[in-house]
Design a binder for this molecule. Structure first.
Ligand code: TRP
Length: 456
């Protein structure tokens, strides 16, 4: 059997641009277009957006570089990379937590991606079927979920460069273009102004502990941080790549798309007289109304949901890839065996989420309340897509800041990007002190230490 070091065929990105587009493809997904608007809507709008932006700039960006550096330093999956930096310590558990988180996020993310894919056809096949009834029907939702997992499997089987990179390169720019079309239509609807105000005029009286946690969690989720996805993608980077520019561009693209998504949704929400705090259904209820108000709206809607499916696909691909890189590197499974095993496991784990929207009453709806959430899928999203990411990021920033240490991390950062000692010192303060302290405080807050209670 080959050892890790002898194995020559580990994938690598074809170019820096390829990496940026693939990493942006991982980051940009349902998190930006489905999750960001509804979480912002539930948490008061503009004030949330400002806190979200602060989280990106002060916590996520410095932390993103830390993840990329850990991955590139050893060219390994999250567990292997941490083991290579700190052999014979229990820190690899942080990587393992990330891999586990990937499995669970993929399990419910695939369900929602299935809804999105269903919406490609729904405008034609069942235009007037309400969203809530659509997602309650197991005969529709489960096959869509399975289909989406299959798409993911096929891309990941294609390997790093051929599969993931190529898909991202072609389709992301088209999505952006279509978003602009939808924004212009939304903004010109009567009543759109109130939405702009909600989205852009902050009211800080609405901000409390859970709002800050939601913003931080959303920032991590959106940038695919906190569970090793960027460690894995960084591990396919050559040492000559300029991490500063690559990482910075990914954050910029991702944040830009989220902000545009808000601009796309909120004017339309208010124009349609809907509730901005309408929860996960928000995008699905609102956008079709915008399409209906357009010439050739059905076709625009079809295209939009198709491209959104692709954006979701580049994200599910990255989630699956993290787990697969782990089983391939550490467990020595073949890529094929890894991909199929993990995908089937995620599908099975995702079934309760798929059935929680009305199909099985015990999993959601009237009377269901766990951690303040009203269905199983939302509980999973809160536990894995929020808490676990924050916890993972807390532990990994402690690992980089205090265990790997400045010497190792700075040496890796210098490779390929001519950063000055001064900017390294600046970055280091964030990684070593500010990230862990802020995340820790936010996490304590939800466990009720400052008097708030989980889920509010
Ligand atoms: N960031 C993606 C989105 O916004 C989702 C995602 C992909 C993700 N990979 C991840 C989230 C890793 C957390 C961790 O849709």
């Amino acid at each position: 059997m080959q050892t890790q070091e002898e194995r020559p065929a580990r994938g690598q990105w074809g170019s820096s641009l390829g990496f940026v587009l693939a990493a942006a493809g991982s980051a940009i997904g349902l998190g930006n277009i489905w999750r960001f608007p509804y979480v912002a809507g539930e948490n008061g709008g503009a004030a949330f957006v400002i806190i979200y932006l602060a989280c990106i700039a002060l916590i996520c960006l410095p932390y993103l570089f830390a993840e990329l550096l850990v991955g590139r330093s050893a060219h390994k999956n999250p567990v292997g990379a941490i083991k290579a930096i700190a052999p014979n310590t229990p820190w690899w558990i942080v990587g393992a937590l990330g891999v586990l988180t990937g499995v669970f996020i993929l399990s419910y993310y695939g369900v929602i991606a299935g809804w999105v894919f269903g919406y490609v056809f729904k405008g034609f096949v069942a235009h007037d079927l309400p969203f809530t009834e659509f997602i309650a029907d197991p005969v529709v939702v489960v096959p869509l979920f399975a289909l989406f997992m299959l798409f993911t499997v096929f891309v990941v089987l294609g390997g790093v460069e051929k599969g993931i990179e190529r898909a991202a390169k072609i389709l992301m720019p088209i999505l952006l273009l279509l978003m602009f079309v939808v924004i212009v239509r939304g903004l010109t609807l009567p009543g759109a102004g109130a939405g702009l105000e909600f989205y852009l005029k902050p009211d800080f009286s609405k901000v409390d502990g859970p709002v800050v946690l939601a913003a931080l969690g959303q920032a991590f989720f959106s940038l695919s941080l906190g569970m090793g996805a960027m460690i894995t993608y960084g591990s396919y980077l050559p040492k000559t790549s300029n991490l500063r520019i690559a990482g910075g561009s990914v954050a910029l693209f991702d944040t830009g798309i989220a902000l545009l998504a808000g601009l796309m949704i909120f004017p339309a929400v208010f124009a349609a007289g809907e509730d901005p705090a309408g929860g996960p259904a928000l995008v699905f209820m609102t956008l079709p109304k915008v399409f209906d108000a357009m010439p050739a709206g059905q076709v625009v809607g079809l295209l939009f949901f198709l491209l959104l499916s692709v954006a979701a696909l580049t994200s599910t691909v990255s989630l699956l890839e993290v787990v697969v890189s782990y089983t391939v590197d550490e467990k020595k499974w073949s890529r094929r065996k890894s991909v199929w095993t993990v995908a089937v496991a995620c599908f099975l784990i995702g079934l309760p989420s798929a059935l929680s929207q009305g199909a099985v009453p015990a999993l959601g709806g009237e009377g269901f309340s766990i951690l303040g959430k009203s269905d199983f899928l939302s509980v999973m999203d809160f536990l894995w897509g929020n808490i676990s990411l924050a916890l993972g990021a807390l532990l990994l920033s402690i690992f980089v800041g205090w265990i790997w240490g400045r010497r190792g991390a700075a040496a890796e950062l210098k490779l390929g990007s001519g950063v000055s000692e001064r900017s390294i010192s600046f970055w280091w303060i964030f990684v070593r002190y500010i990230c862990p302290v802020v995340i820790f405080i936010v996490l304590l807050n939800i466990f009720g230490v400052f008097g708030d209670f989980v889920g509010g």
